[in-house]
Design a protein around this ligand. Structure first.
Ligand code: SME
Length: 165
C-alpha cells in the first residue's frame, strides 16, 4: 500500500492552544466546553470531516464501560462504541493516542462516515481515569503527522484543564 506524506503543514499549535485557553476561560461546564472545543477544532484544522467527543459511560449490558457520543461537528455518528472496538475503543482501552493513516487498514474500524480515510483519536485521561476520547476524522489518507499528534494532544490537554469532567 502506498501512503503519501502528511497532507499539509502543521498549523501553529501553540497559538491554537492559547486561543482554546481564551475561548474556554471562565466556563467549566462539560457540554458547553466540549461543544465549543469541537467547533473550534473543526473550523480551524484543515481537511476534516468529523471532530468530536465520545464519553465513557456504564455499558448498557452492565459489563464495564462503553463510549457514548458527545458534542461533535460533522455527520451523524454511531451513538455507542464498546471499549476495545474500532479506533475510538482502542484508544480508550489502551489509554493512548491512535494515529491511523488509513482507516480501511485498521482492524475493526467503525465506518460512521464513508468519507473518512484517516483518523486520530486522543484519550481523555484525568486523575488516572479514562473519561472518553476526542476523535478527529479526515477524508485524506495519511492526513495526520507526528507534529499534528503532538499539537492535538496539547489542545486536548488544554480542554481537559479548563473543563470539569
Ligand atoms: N471511526 C471511529 C468511529 C467513530 S466515527 O469515526 C465518528 C472508530 O473506528 O472508532
Amino acid at each position: 500500500m502506498h501512503i503519501t506524506p502528511a497532507a499539509s503543514t502543521a498549523p501553529d499549535y501553540a497559538m491554537l492552544v492559547r486561543q482554546v485557553d481564551s475561548i474556554l476561560e471562565g466556563e467549566r461546564d462539560l457540554v458547553a466546553n466540549a461543544s465549543q472545543f469541537s467547533a473550534f477544532i473543526y473550523d480551524t484544522i484543515a481537511d476534516l470531516n468529523w471532530a468530536g467527543f465520545y464519553l465513557a459511560r456504564p455499558a448498557r449490558n452492565g459489563a464495564g464501560q462503553e463510549l457514548l457520543v458527545g458534542p461533535f461537528q460533522g455527520k451523524v455518528a454511531c451513538a455507542r462504541i464498546p471499549f476495545g472496538r474500532g479506533v475510538c475503543g482502542a484508544a480508550a482501552e489502551q489509554r493512548q493516542t491512535m494515529l491511523v493513516p488509513d482507516v480501511h487498514a485498521f482492524p475493526g474500524h467503525i465506518a460512521c462516515d464513508s468519507a473518512s480515510n484517516a483518523e486520530i483519536v486522543i484519550p481523555l485521561i484525568k486523575n488516572g481515569a479514562v473519561l472518553g476520547v476526542f476523535d478527529i476524522d479526515s477524508p485524506t489518507l495519511n492526513r495526520f503527522s507526528q507534529a499534528d499528534q503532538a499539537g492535538l494532544e496539547a489542545l486536548v490537554a488544554a480542554f481537559l484543564a479548563a473543563t470539569d469532567l
